[in-house]
Ligand binder design. Sequence first.
Ligand code: SF4
Ligand code: SF4
Ligand code: SF4
Length: 167
Amino acid sequence: MKQLNSRRAFLRGRPLRAEKAYIRPPGAEGADFLELCTQCDECTTACPENIIAFDDNGWPVVRLETAPCTFCGACAHACPTGALDPDRMADWPWRADVAASCLSLNGVSCRVCQDTCDHSAIRFRLQPGGRAEPALDRDICTGCGACASACPAGSISFSRHIPEATL
Ligand code: SF4
Ligand code: SF4
Ligand code: SF4
């Protein structure tokens, strides 16, 4: 416990930007997640997709590169402390981004992300020279991660769609 408390004290003193890099499970937005989470492991155990792991400091993170989140809510319902709240799941702020390493952007035919997206959030625009550029509509994207887990190049990451301060 002593080690846990010292880690918390250390992290509380870190700039807010450091926390923003982590994709916390659905229901974490709008709460003081690091204050409320006791690292009890209930959310990781509850996730039927097995996509919740721990960051280097022991707090849960969703690894969308391994499998999509179905937004089933099992993690938030299992949380005993309010760090995750089922009523806040709609505030999921993450949306997909395509990186420059994308195969299609580099002249290799690939449409895996488009084929995987149930929401048709990814379309391709033909460019001169035969390249096809993926265009991702962040207003349609749900941040589910289906594209990220399927991408053969690991070219899809996630960033905030909604500034944290407005949640
Ligand atoms: S909402 Fe469901 S699939 Fe998504 S991280 Fe939580 S338990 Fe896993
Ligand atoms: S699946 Fe990955 S590599 Fe293929 S087009 Fe989409 S982002 Fe590019
Ligand atoms: S995160 Fe989900 S909704 Fe968004 S582009 Fe990828 S597959 Fe489509």
